[in-house]
Design a protein around this ligand. Sequence first.
Ligand code: STR
Length: 417
Amino acid sequence: MNCPHAEAAQAGRNPGVITIDPMVQDLDGETVRLRDAGALARIDLLGVPAWTVTRHAEARQLLVDPRLVKDIDAWGLWRSGVVTRAWPLIGMIDAGRSMFTVDGAEHRRLRTKTSQALTPRRLEAIRPAIEKFTAELLDALDAAQGEDGVVDLKAVFAQPLPMKVVGMLMGVDESQHAMLTRQYKAFFSMLTPQDERLSLLAELDVFYTDLVREKTARPTDDLTSALILAEEGGEPLTEEEVVGNLKAMVAAGHETTIGLVLNAVRALLAHPDQLRLVLDGEIGWDAVIEETLRWDTPTTHLLMRFATEDIAVGDEVIRKGEGVVISYRAIGRDFEQHGPDADAFDITRPTRNRHMTFGHGPHICPGAALSRVEAGIALPALFARFPGLRLAVPDEEITRLPVMTQNDMAAFPVILA
Ligand code: STR
């Protein structure tokens, strides 16, 4: 891709621009640099310039601003052909028509059934199934211990659990879970060559389209079937729209909850005094979950929205056609919102529930309640079964995957005893 901005950034001639490192290991360093660059920062995403919002108040305002839209055709760099499908992050934006890529009345039409299916009340019905998956995976964890007592909490517990839950909800057979886990890992990894990423996305499209056709022929009681069936008197979603929603939900439901569970365990093991408070019943698991969501967000950067008009934010102007990322991890560390100790993990913090990690406005995460139920079952069950759980390596040795947008670790080796 021939992009003058990339050359300038590479040559270090763009001092105001923060280059987002695809291989970042020091995520806290990146988070602090972004926060300190101001509410609106200029970033470079693999040679492509964009804005990012790094503060709570400004994000809250922009996320309800109808002049910012998800439609990629509103992006100047896309329309002019500077950004193409050769750009490794394109799959995060050009993901097909779904509730993730559409705004306004059409967005409500695409999203309503999903958000209605995922209310806390409706989720009570699947709680027993999530408890059963959790118990089975805890057994698997016990069985997977090596001779040295070490086991990867990510591979054996935190990763399969959300896949099982979203798979059950959407009607994806267990036999496909390993394939999906592998494909999404390759999709998010910056080490995957772009042609491979594009072909795996095409394969996933075929997989999901087949699934939707099968559910159209033989509807069951899952959410995919519900999305296919028309509301009384309403317009049914098209096949493309059902496929788009299904893709978005499996990708989102699977990837982000892994981060929530692992980041919570990591934070508690690094703060044994706080773990004690929870295990002694002094404070609830909900406090752990909310503070983890604020302090170590599963989504680092959310791509992308586009300005349909010039939008002034403080002293800066987002020009019509420019792209805007939301840097949720920096937003969770906002001093104005959370106080001068925002960089500290503290489950007793009064503002722990006042984070924006699930977004805000019309696109606010429809799976928020589900992820809270999952983590609210998984975390207490894990520590009840293995009260002596500890890291098998020093915390600094836990490595991140080369993933730009998600807060994702390669493995999480623990000792269960
Ligand atoms: C992955 C590729 C795909 O087929 C569909 C989607 C749409 C939803 C996206 C998902 C993507 C990537 C991860 C996202 C998710 C919505 C929430 C999740 C961005 C692009 C988060 O990380 C918050």
